[in-house]
Design a protein around this ligand. Structure first.
Ligand code: SF4
Length: 95
């Protein structure tokens, strides 16, 4: 077995990006009032979430690994998340 770092393994992923529909929506008001926005920025392994200068949370859904971590940590109602439509999303090449 060849030892590879996590970034090396992730570099092999292939993404089919749905340009018409995001599979993640965020309620900015709830993200701010519950503190979930800052938590999302910290926990997402793909850096999908970012804090903007105005305090809102940016969502770059194209990089999503579909791991579900954000759903586990966000307060109820902060996220609307579903898997990408058929034919879109990430394909893992390394396990
Ligand atoms: Fe990030 Fe995982 Fe949530 Fe996708 S499912 S946005 S990779 S935490």
């Amino acid at each position: 077995m060849i030892n590879k770092s996590i970034p090396e393994r992730l570099a092999g992923n292939v993404y089919e990006i749905d340009e018409e529909e995001s599979h993640i929506d965020i309620n900015q008001e709830l993200a701010r009032s519950t503190g979930s926005g800052k938590v999302l920025v910290k926990v997402c392994p793909a850096h999908v979430y970012s804090e903007k200068a105005d305090g809102s949370i940016g969502v770059e859904y194209a990089a999503c690994l579909e791991c579900g971590t954000c759903l586990a940590v966000a307060a109820p109602g902060v996220l609307t998340w579903h898997y990408p439509r058929s034919g879109f999303g990430v394909t893992f090449r390394e396990g």
